[in-house]
Design a protein around this ligand. Structure first.
Ligand code: ADP
Length: 318
């Protein structure tokens, strides 16, 4: 990968995953034994920060955790990947965001309860307080946000980012039909999956033709670049040329791989794509490589633990 030129600030969520693998789901009021248990650091913001840092990008995380036993685990996981965490605040009296997940091994289905805890303490004031972190990256930076914290906080961060001349990137995941879309006026690049495309544009995007319609609709709302990820089909990239109404559309297909666990694939795509952009790789090539890197992640179990490092990619000839 080329020499890193830009810095990345992730303003987003941190969620601790608690996963019980069972033979079946418990009925209401019933207690059953799990077969095994796994815990892991997660949250869309943290996952994307880790994916970017593992590729060698210079990444700072702005987020909140509680004052419980999960806080240090999640901070340490980001630090281990190389993410700068001095702007991650421990909120006294709050809990770290948790996802309590039951996976029924019979059908591979899961049921998930997400309790956002300290993530809900993210506010416009948090963004204002972090202005120096965002501003320190100035025009050389990229601000990366998702939709797992209050919209008002994200919108304020984007407003500050635009005022300070950074490139702004929104991945409105997990899909929320009530997302405050006025924030799109401050977004340069938007990246959605099939479901999020539907929530943002009303257009379902299970295939490239529909994805192109959704991407064009998103470009009408502010961003210069719209990406729709399409799972095993890769992604569609639509780019509005500066100062012209022309839109260039590219389909970047994924290689056929044996998918073991697709959890966090979209986060891997977003973090990798932004890291590649930060390294000076042109848009279309960054999207092509991010598709490949995300496809590698679905071949491994886990979320952050399934992401490849720059060293791993280099040694496998990437
Ligand atoms: P999300 O995880 O947000 O639902 P997608 O399912 O669209 O996002 O996946 C994001 C990226 O992960 C895809 O663009 C692709 O690169 C990769 N990916 C996901 N599922 C598969 C799969 N079954 N085979 C190959 N690549 C995949």
């Amino acid at each position: 990968m080329a020499q890193n030129r830009k810095k990345i600030v992730v303003f987003g969520s941190i969620v601790h995953d608690l996963i019980s693998y069972t033979s079946r789901f418990p009925r209401p009021g019933e207690s059953i034994r799990g077969n095994s248990f796994h815990q892991g650091a997660g949250g869309k913001g943290a996952n994307q920060a880790v994916a970017a840092a593992l590729l060698g990008a210079n990444v700072a995380m702005i987020g909140k955790v509680g004052d419980d036993i999960f806080a240090d685990f999640n901070i340490a996981s980001m630090q281990k990947a190389g993410v700068e965490t001095s702007a991650v605040e421990k909120v006294a009296g709050s809990t770290t965001g948790t996802a309590t997940i039951t996976v029924s091994e019979a059908g591979g289905e899961n049921s998930i309860v997400v309790t956002l805890g300290a993530n809900l303490e993210m506010s416009p004031v948090t963004a204002e307080a972090a202005e120096t972190v965002i501003a320190s990256f100035r025009s050389a930076g990229i601000l990366l946000c998702q939709a797992e914290i209050p919209d008002a906080a994200t919108k304020k961060a984007f407003e500050i980012g635009k005022k300070r001349g950074v490139t702004t990137f929104l991945n409105p995941a997990p899909g929320d039909p009530h997302l405050d879309q006025s924030m799109l006026a401050f977004v340069d690049i938007i990246c959605v999956n099939e479901n999020e495309a539907k929530f943002i544009t009303g257009i379902a995007a299970p295939n490239p033709a529909q994805a192109e319609k959704a991407a064009r609709a998103m470009l009408e709302r502010g961003p210069m670049v719209a990406i729709v990820t399409l799972g095993p089909q890769g992604c569609l990239l639509a780019e509005r040329s500066d100062g012209s109404s022309e839109i260039v559309v590219s389909l970047l297909p994924a290689e056929s791989v044996t998918a073991v666990d697709t959890t966090g694939a979209g986060d891997c795509f977003c973090g990798s794509f932004v890291a590649l952009l930060a390294a000076g790789i042109p848009l279309k090539e960054a999207a092509r490589r991010a598709v490949m890197i995300a496809s590698l992640s679905v071949m491994r179990k886990g979320t952050q633990s399934s992401y490849s490092s720059r060293a791993e990619l280099t040694s496998s000839g990437f």
